[in-house]
Design a protein around this ligand. Structure first.
Ligand code: ADP
Ligand code: MG
Length: 404
């Protein structure tokens, strides 16, 4: 990436300056409480850099998928409170995301103050990438910092639209520290991987990840497949998959992928099955050719864990997206836990591992190894798009840096 980064800017030029920051504060909230504040914490380095330089920070984010209108369920108010705790300074919550109330609040900010605007998606213009909405934000300041990697794959008014609007007024749009970190780790894995380079792909669906498989295959030394997406490959091999989750409309593309991949692509050799994927189910371990018509596949089996762990132990670069099984249920969690441990151990030994995906991040947390993994990405969809080789609009729109 040769985009300009917020740390490239002379801090002396930030004092008293109004800086617009788009962060990804899209955290899970239930009953007004944040159940996972990882994304809030990940946004702190950029905010600390700006506040300690004396900038007047105007923070924008979306949260969830409100239908283009205010919905208290998706208010960022709890995030403002959490942010204030973590930053150890007051964060002014502005209960509007656009309009005169925003301007008034911004005008009253002192050096080092932070104002968090209400959910940008309470305004239909955000997801519609309305240029007028973007221009109204751009009118507030001449520096835009996009730190929302998790939203970078969307061309929205608060992401690429705002970057374009700020640049159109002669200002600059730069990457935040988190954005830069995400792009550096993912970019280096793809462009300059130390070998062997092993990718692990799992999760619920093959459909969302087939482009990633296609883009990764020519680059990796091994591609380890797990999760429900393995089932679609099993079906492509003509194997019985019983009542397992299979995407019938992807069997053909799975078959072609297998032909092209040759020995680089590894499928599970055994599976943990049950009549029902549920808490307390009685499970069995079977070879992949022995899945019964009434079985459902919930996890990779012990022989697979061993084969995959060996590949991971030999790897110097690892990219992982998607759990190996239904890790939310203990009886089907062992495959994912074993991979998490293997990846963490490889990192202890000097390998670089980048993990993407919300559920995958939750799984390594649950396995207690998140801290040992080189980089746990905050972006699920964005990291997948990046790995599939797609341009991210939120990144494309940023100002070019002088040197990489
Ligand atoms: P991520 O969020 O890390 O990108 P995904 O959303 O693609 O991952 O997939 C995660 C989900 O996949 C989990 O909820 C998990 O239960 C499910 N999953 C994994 N293996 C299976 C399986 N064999 N059958 C059904 N669901 C599975
Ligand atoms: Mg997910």
């Amino acid at each position: 990436m040769s985009k300009k980064i917020v740390s490239d800017i002379d801090p002396a030029s930030l004092a008293g300056r109004t800086v617009l920051v788009r962060a990804d504060l899209n955290v899970p909230i239930a009953d007004g409480r944040i159940s996972d504040d990882r994304r809030v914490r990940a946004s702190l380095p950029t905010l600390r850099l700006l506040t300690s330089a004396g900038a007047r920070v105007v923070l924008l984010s979306h949260l969830g998928r409100p239908k283009g209108a205010p919905d208290p369920k998706y208010s960022l108010k709890p995030v403002a409170d959490r942010l204030a705790e973590l930053l150890n300074r007051s964060v002014r919550f502005v209960p509007e995301s656009a309009g005169p109330a925003v301007r008034t609040a911004v005008e009253s900010l002192s050096e080092g103050d932070v104002a968090l605007l209400e959910n940008t998606r309470f305004h239909p213009g955000d997801t519609a990438n309305d240029p007028e909405l973007a221009a109204s934000w751009a009118a507030l300041g001449d520096l835009f910092v996009n730190d929302a990697f998790g939203a970078a794959h969307r061309a929205h008014a608060s992401t690429s639209g705002l970057a374009e609007a700020v640049k159109a007024r002669g200002g600059e749009a730069v990457a935040g520290l988190l954005m830069a970190r995400e792009l550096r780790f993912l970019g280096e894995a793809l462009e300059r991987p130390e070998r062997p380079f092993v990718a692990i792909l799992g999760g619920a669906k093959i459909s969302g990840k087939i482009d990633v498989i296609g883009a990764l295959l020519p680059r990796v030394d091994r591609l380890l497949i797990g999760g429900a997406m393995a089932n679609t490959f099993f079906k492509a091999l003509g194997l019985e998959t019983g009542g397992s989750l299979v995407e019938d409309d992807r069997v053909e593309v799975a078959r072609r992928t297998l032909q092209e991949a040759g020995e680089r692509l590894l499928l599970p050799v055994d599976c943990v099955v049950a009549a029902e994927i549920a808490e307390g189910s009685t499970t069995r371990v079977v070879e992949r050719s022995q899945v019964g018509a009434d079985d459902r596949i919930g996890d990779v089996g012990p022989a697979t864990r061993e084969v995959y762990a060996k590949e991971i132990a030999a790897a110097r670069t690892i990219v992982w997206n998607g759990p190996m099984g239904v890790f939310e249920i203990d009886a089907f969690a062992e495959g994912t836990t074993a991979m998490a441990r293997a990846v963490a151990t490889a990192c202890d030994g000097g390998a670089t591992a980048v993990l993407g995906g919300g559920d995958s991040a939750a799984a390594v947390d649950r396995a207690g190894v998140a801290d040992r993994i080189t980089h746990v990405s905050t972006g699920g969809g964005a990291s997948l798009e990046f790995l599939a080789g797609a341009a991210l609009p939120g990144v494309e729109a940023l100002t070019e840096g002088s040197a990489a």
